[in-house]
Structures are given as C-alpha cells and as structure tokens.
Design a protein around this ligand. Structure first.
Ligand code: GDP
Length: 361
C-alpha cells in the first residue's frame, strides 16, 4: 500500500473529514434565527413588563430586574416607570434578612427554609446584598451549585446580588427588586447578606425581620461579634447544632445572657436565641413560626408599620442625596472645572473651602 492510498483512506473514514451530509433547508433555519434575534433585540415596553410582572411572568420579571440593575441612563428612566407602576401592588410580603459570616450556613438554611415555605404554598424570592460581588466570579448566590433544589423550584426565584458597586447603589437596586418581586406575587422575600462590614446595615434597613446565624464555637468569639449586628437581630440561631448539641446549647445560653445586657428593642419583641441545623432541618419550622409570631406581634403593637414607614423616609433621604450628587457631578463642564480647581489648590493659589464653595455656588 503506498502513502497516497493510506492518506486517502484515512480521509475517507475519519470523523475529521468533511462529509457532504444532509443539506440544511436554508430559508427555514435562517428565518427562525432572524426571528429569535429580533425577539431578543426587541426590548419589552413598560406596559409589557408591568403586565408580565403582575401576571407572575418570571422572564419579564428578570428582564425588569436587568433594567433596574443597568447603569444606562435610558434604562434607569424606564426602570423607574416600571417600579412606580408596580408599587401599588407591592408591600404584601414578609421580608426576612439573613446574615452571618461566610460558611455559617446561610445558603443551606435558606434552601431548607425556602423548601419548607414552598411546600406550604408560599412563593419565595431570594435576593442578596454583596457590594463586593462580581457575578462572573461565582459570588454570593451567583454560584449555581448553591441552593440546588430551591433554584429549580417553580415557586422560588433566586437572584444574585446586583454586581459590584457602591453599597448605596447595590442597596437601592435591591430595594427596587423587592418591589418588583412583591408585585409578581412573591409573599416571602429573603435578603441574604455576607455578614461582614456594612452590608447588613443596608439589609436591615429593608426587611421586617432580621436573623443572625451563628456557630456553636462562637462562644469564644462573643466579644468579637460586632455589638451593632447583635443589636439589629430579632433572632439568633446557632446553626449546625447537630454536630455538637451540648456545645450549641451552651453557646445559646451565652448569647441569651449577652442579650440581657442590651436595651429592650424598639419593637418590644424579645429576641430569641434558638438552635438549628440546615442539615437535619431541626429548628427550621420553628424559625418560620418565630417570624410569623414576630409579624403578628409587631402588627398588633404598630411597630411593623412604623418600621416600614421609617424605611420609606430613609429611602427618600437617600434618593435625594444620590440625586444631588449625580446632578452635581454630571453638570456640563463639571469635570473640567474640578480639575482646574484641583490644580489651583495644589499650587496653593486657592483654599479647598473656597474651591468647593465656588463649585457648589
Ligand atoms: P454560607 O457561606 O453562610 O452561605 O454557608 P453555606 O450554606 O454555603 O454552608 C457552608 C458549609 O456548611 C457547607 O459545606 C454546608 O454544607 C455546611 N452546612 C450548612 N448547614 C449545615 C448544618 O446544619 N450542619 C452541618 N454539619 N453543616 C452545614
């Protein structure tokens, strides 16, 4: 067998060779692709988005959230219109914040609680606040392996944190997303936060009930826990309690003792310290029962409504501040004026106060 013959044989039999195959019916496939492309390119109108959200259409809800998250000016104006129109249909959910250090079991607990809730007929939306998140890098909730069961549950909707930005910006977007989810019929909204830094303060400012998850070994760390975070909590749960129930109970006692030293919360609610295990599901049902008791208790004494009103006032204040800042920096020629004045300050020709005054005036 000569070389030429070998080669031609190889070419004929190999899967690498190009065979004639069956011709594609060009017109059909092309027009289908065109139609899909057109549909994707076509942005739904405000009307379509609002109507879709109110009918619980998850695709349109997701597209509205993408608008809310966009930094394009045109998108923001449209998003604002959608939010305004959804507002009258929002506010009916129970908003639950969950915090705790990474690894404490927030996602696993949310999955267990979420499944418990959907099996009882609730519709659950899970959002997150993580200003450090870069979605592409598998951040909080962005990692598809987390909440495996809940993420395929038709009664649940999971959305990762709006991507990295200022905490104020991420918090504002999350609040707006809560409005959209509520208008879409989700009656429980869970906001997860990383439990480090300021993001829990932001989460606390948008939820009704705030849960702090801890570990049994935290007894040693009691002093290390930021007093502010403990003061915000309506409930502290010692997670992974099945690992060492005695130690978990001891930690719970330590937390209860520590809480005695705190002033009575404004809500009048006595903060609970419980044990739970996202693995064995111990304490998960009790956790939800506590949330419901809290809601009933604070609705009765009026604190529930008072807190939501205070949250609304805070939103107005923050929106004004953001708007002023944006308007100031986006004024025509502002960038150049600032740069010019910076140089005068560096040359000691102008005081920083006079420079700021001349820009603000
Ligand atoms: P997150 O970072 O706070 O969201 O924590 P995860 O939910 O990702 O959990 C961190 C690790 O703890 C994972 O390996 C979980 O499987 C594990 N874990 C979560 N809950 C429990 C629990 O109740 N018991 C035990 N033994 N492990 C748990």
């Amino acid at each position: 067998m000569d070389d030429k013959h070998l080669y031609s044989n190889f070419e004929y039999d190999s899967a690498l060779s190009v065979k004639e195959g069956v011709q594609q019916p060009a017109q059909v496939s092309n027009s289908y692709v065109e139609r899909m492309r057109a549909r994707r390119a076509q942005e739904p109108s405000v009307e379509e988005l609002v109507s879709g959200i109110l009918h619980g259409d998850r695709t349109l809800l997701s597209r509205a959230i993408t608008l809310v998250e966009s930094s394009l000016y045109a998108h923001r104006a449209k998003a604002q219109e959608v939010i305004e129109r959804c507002l009258p249909y929002s506010g009916k959910s129970v908003r639950l914040g969950i915090t705790g250090v990474p690894g404490v079991g927030k996602s696993t607990t949310i999955e267990a609680l979420g499944k418990h809730l959907t099996s009882h007929g609730h519709k659950v939306a899970v959002l997150a606040i993580d200003p450090s998140s870069e979605r592409s890098r598998g951040s909080i909730l962005g990692d598809k392996t987390r909440m495996e069961e809940l993420s395929v549950d038709p009664a649940a909707f999971i959305r990762p944190s709006p991507s990295a930005g200022s905490l104020g910006g991420v918090a504002r977007k999350t609040r707006e997303i809560i409005t959209l989810c509520e208008a879409a019929g989700f009656d429980v909204v869970i906001v997860e936060t990383v439990g480090v830094g300021q993001s829990e303060v932001a989460a606390h400012s948008m939820v009704d009930f705030f849960l702090l998850l801890q570990l049994a070994n935290a007894g040693d760390e009691l002093q290390g826990i930021k007093r502010g975070i403990m003061e915000m909590a309506d409930m502290i749960s010692i997670n992974k309690c099945e690992l060492d129930p005695q130690r978990a109970e001891l930690a719970a006692t330590q937390y209860r003792n520590a809480l005695h030293l705190f002033p009575m919360p404004e809500s009048g609610w006595t903060v609970r310290v419980t044990l739970c295990s996202a693995y064995t599901k111990q304490g998960i049902e009790d956790l939800w029962n506590s949330v419901m008791e809290y809601v009933a208790f604070t609705k009765q004494n009026g604190y529930f409504y008072h807190k939501r009103q205070q949250q609304n006032l805070r939103i107005m204040g923050e929106t004004i501040e953001n708007g002023l800042r944006e308007r100031f920096y986006n004024a025509p020629g502002m960038e150049e004026r600032i740069e010019a004045l910076k140089q005068q300050i560096l040359d000691n020709k102008l005081s920083p106060y006079a420079a700021a005054d001349s820009l603000l005036g």
